[in-house]
Design a protein around this ligand. Sequence first.
Ligand code: F6P
Length: 340
Amino acid sequence: MRFGVLTGGGDCPGLNAAIRAVVRRAHASDHETVGIQDGWKGLRDDALIPLGPKEVEGIVGRGGTILGSSRTQPFANAEDATRVLATIDRRGLDVVVAIGGDDTLSAALELHRRGRRVVGVPKTMDNDVRGTDWTFGFSSASAVAVDALERLRDTAGSHHRAIVLEVMGRHAGWVALATGLAGGADATLLPEAPYDEAALLGHVRAAIAARGHAVIVASEGIDLGPRRGSVGAKDDYGHEILAGREVGRELARRIEAALGVETRSAQIGHIQRGGPPDLFDRLLATRLGAGAVDLAVAGKFGHVAVLRGASIVGIPLEEAVGPPRTVSPDWLDLLRTFDA
Ligand code: F6P
């Protein structure tokens, strides 16, 4: 078979490891591979590049994606959809391997429904894809946020301040949860828990009383009420660009106004998405990339490789798309144990 490989949506550490695994696994059983540039846009615009064992040499530990990515929605209109299908047919792609989050996998499902062969690989630093226990990118991105929190704690301590760290994650709080738990935040705010200003101020007050400074983690997706509305710029899939709401900055303003404690904020944004994948993400990306090829070889088109417990299994794309997989109550309960 001739596999066409694409990476769609926001990039994250581990994409290159997954691309490499697809290529190496396919070639190990004498299949061919070709790269599709910039996600679905590459199929729409017929932008294919050579992608064989030589092209994936030395990329297992490299951040970003050698194929490029975009948030292009291929089925946004009839003309684009026709062009995507025509590229697949004209270029003789027997299978499309779509590596991406919910948006990319939803488009993969649509492609499957339109009669083309496709398999999926879930990825996202947000860790919010349904049907899989973890996504690659999440561990590496969260480790960057933990490092940022520790740096902020140093300077908060020197200046007897409170500092709010705003992290990405969209409408799931996994990155904030991991950062708060692993970095020892005095308070951690997730979209899954209603905003409680009195509780937040209580935690900050307790931390200041105990050690003279406080560090707070806030997910970009928290809802601070009518003062910070949900109206903002949108991407191609209609998702609001949440960073523009600057919830970290707003929280810092509120803490300072209520407690009289000098408060700063930091929004680390795309710093979380760059850099090399950690060990966990390299291994998971490698297993999922190979797993997707195995699904295709087994004729399981319209499926996505996912992590269930310690195993890689295939599930129908339908089960992986839909509303985000959010932080579960047991994690929230654990998190509350560590508030100041
Ligand atoms: O989905 C990954 C993610 O990094 C989100 O956490 C964030 O809200 C969004 O992408 C940012 O998107 P962009 O790179 O388009 O600004």
